[in-house]
Ligand binder design. Structure first.
Ligand SMILES: Cc1cc2nc3c(=O)[nH]c(=O)nc-3n(C[C@H](O)[C@H](O)[C@H](O)COP(=O)(O)O)c2cc1C
Length: 350
């Protein structure tokens, strides 16, 4: 049996195999933050096609933290039933489903008063101001309440988005964080907000409710210092009882088209340093050989995003002998107008 098909037992969650659909915003929601039938159909198709763990596209914890106009929202109890429905639909197939929760910070759409970890000049002549301590406390509460709504919906767990330059990832990374108060400076201070949110979620949702974290393995500035900081943060997350950490990277879009397993070297090193923490690798996994390399390196699970947009049944195709995903790594799935529900891929234009 292929190694990816082996069952895995994390801290509290048993998953039927090692395959994760990484959080992928699918541009299918309404402007009011609701999930649509096309979105449910997309998740069902993934669940029916061998994905053990589905992570939803990022759901916004705040009306002022939306990263996209058509993004799923989780900032009000009114959004609980839609996740409940999602869970009912995908768990029929034996898949687990976890909601990713996020705050876009200075990358928020349809919001004038942009604020981030520190003041910054943004694209298109926009600027962001530094969040006040009171606002940080409010954002912490928004994350904890959002996680509790996910729990109330019956979903299998929640994932905090601490990657890809959204607000939480900015706190930990000196590229963005220039604060001089309790949330800036030392790694302990830069990690403070994540710790407070994790502790708050554990208190409110219970120790057993699975809490995942997605975090960058690298940084655009002072990457060696970031690597040291990351080890500290992962050790702390292990002690705090997180379920697993999914390691991504800052530059997955600009990787050479033919590159695969972008971060396997760094992440293998990290796994060896924090063996007690289950690790999921995402970025450029395209073939069974790539997946075997990841798992044989001691990393616990493999996660894919763009290949599932291109071929939702990619796992069966690989198991049936297709050498690798047809995904061109062009990342036009971010930018193409919607062609038909759920599909934004140059290979499916007709
Ligand atoms: C269209 C699109 C939407 C994405 N949305 C999210 C998201 O909501 N949350 C997130 O953490 N990552 C998101 N990502 C990043 C992916 O989860 C993944 O980390 C990245 O694409 C690298 O994996 P891949 O090489 O398998 O595509 C998105 C990627 C794409 C292409």
């Amino acid at each position: 049996m292929a190694k990816i098909l082996e069952e895995i037992h994390l801290k509290h969650m048993k998953i039927k195999n090692r395959i994760v659909r990484s959080a992928t915003h699918c541009f299918l929601g309404t402007k009011e933050g609701a999930m649509t039938e096309a979105e449910y159909a997309m998740y069902q198709e993934l669940a029916a096609n061998d994905v053990g763990l589905i992570i939803t596209g990022h759901c916004s914890v705040s009306p002022t933290g939306m990263a996209n106009e058509d993004q799923t929202a989780i900032y009000d109890d009114a959004f609980i039933p839609q996740l409940k429905k999602l869970h009912t639909l995908v768990s029929k197939y034996g898949a687990k489903v976890v909601a990713q929760i996020n705050h876009a910070g200075p990358r928020a759409v349809n919001h004038e008063d942009l604020a981030g970890v520190s003041a910054a000049e943004l694209k298109k002549g926009k600027v962001a101001r530094e969040l006040t301590i009171e606002e940080i406390a409010q954002i912490k509460t928004e994350f904890i309440n959002a996680a509790y709504r996910v729990k109330q919906s019956g979903l299998d767990g929640v994932q905090l988005h601490v990657a890809h330059s959204y607000l939480l990832s900015q706190f930990i990374d000196t590229t963005f964080n220039h604060r001089t108060d309790a949330y800036g400076g030392t790694v302990e201070n830069r990690f403070r907000l994540i710790r407070e949110i994790v502790v708050g979620i554990k208190e409110k949702c219970g120790e057993e409710f699975p809490l995942f974290i997605k975090i960058n393995n690298d940084s655009r500035t002072d990457d060696l210092a970031y690597e040291q900081d990351l080890l500290y943060m992962l050790q702390e997350l292990a002690k705090l009882g997180v379920e697993a950490v999914e390691l991504s990277g800052v530059d997955f879009i600009s990787q050479p088209r033919t590159a695969t397993n972008y971060y396997v070297e760094r992440i293998t090193k990290i796994k060896k340093a924090v063996p007690e923490l289950p690790i999921i690798l995402v970025g450029g996994v395209r073939s069974l050989a790539d997946m075997d390399q990841v798992l044989e390196s001691g990393i616990d699970m493999v996660s894919l995003s763009r290949p599932f947009i291109c071929e939702p049944d990619i796992i069966q195709r690989l198991l049936n002998g297709q050498e690798k995903s047809k995904c061109l790594n062009c990342s036009k799935c971010f930018a193409l107008p919607r062609i038909k529900p759920g599909i934004r891929c140059v290979l499916k234009r007709k």
